[in-house]
Ligand binder design. Structure first.
Ligand SMILES: [Fe+2]
Length: 232
């Protein structure tokens, strides 16, 4: 029987696992430490463990998620990325091989590096504005960070691997990433403020209203794009 291994950290001697749909809680008794758990594909626990494992990996790929104060918002950000990866037919390891743009020839910057660069730029810009202008500037840092981490989540639907190349997918030609990303974020219950940032961060938002958080992420995105040679 084919089995999959999961490396798990146990922080207490008792760990509860409730497989989805089973209605039964399993209690594992573990000595704190690092364990290799084995599950068969038929096991309900397998599905649960795989999903939880991917969520943990997403949080590790984007350490900035930990800077979001609201745990529910953190979970929504993680679940949006998780569905985008699954629906796009990617594996989590692919994220560090997908170029962040197809507009820069031979671009060697991956989607994770770009997303983190934009998020950190946005956080720094917000800090400067608050230090300089105090209460005159209203910035919701949770909204800012969530919107920055999700601004390009739709790119995993916009792109597809073809041989050894990453190219535009059929759906990417019809719905650019601000549209597919907004739809995914809506499905996972993100606020209108966060969806607005995804929807307006690129050229689709030009000429219309952008909130302060959306404006910061828009410019942070283009600073990170154009400084690498990107041209719209
Ligand atoms: Fe971007």
């Amino acid at each position: 029987m084919q089995r999959r291994n999961f490396l798990c950290d146990a922080f207490s001697s008792e760990t509860n696992i409730e497989p989805y749909g089973s209605g039964q809680a399993c209690k594992l008794h573990l000595i704190p430490g690092r364990f290799l758990l084995q599950f068969s594909p038929e096991s309900l626990i397998y599905g649960f463990a795989e999903e939880e494992f991917m969520k943990k990996q997403i949080r590790e790929l984007f350490p900035e998620i930990a800077q979001i104060k609201d745990e529910k918002l953190r979970q929504q950000v993680v679940s949006t990325w998780e569905e985008a990866i699954r629906e796009g037919g990617w594996q989590i390891d692919d994220l560090q091989t997908i170029p962040f743009t197809l507009l820069i020839p031979d671009c060697r910057i991956d989607l994770i590096t770009h997303t983190r660069g934009v998020t950190q730029t946005a956080i720094q810009v917000a800090g400067v504005l608050i230090d300089s202008y105090g209460d005159r500037v209203k910035i919701d840092s949770d909204v800012l960070i969530a919107g920055a981490i999700l601004h390009d989540v739709g790119k995993v639907a916009e792109y597809v691997r073809e041989g050894d190349k990453v190219v535009k997918s059929k759906s990417g030609k019809l719905l650019r990433h601000p549209f597919s990303g907004s739809a995914l974020a809506y499905k996972h219950g993100l606020s209108q403020e966060v969806i607005h940032m995804i929807a307006t961060h690129a050229k689709e938002g030009d000429g219309g209203h952008r909130t302060t958080e959306a404006m910061i992420v828009h410019y942070a995105d283009f600073i990170n794009f154009e400084s690498l040679g990107g041209k719209v």
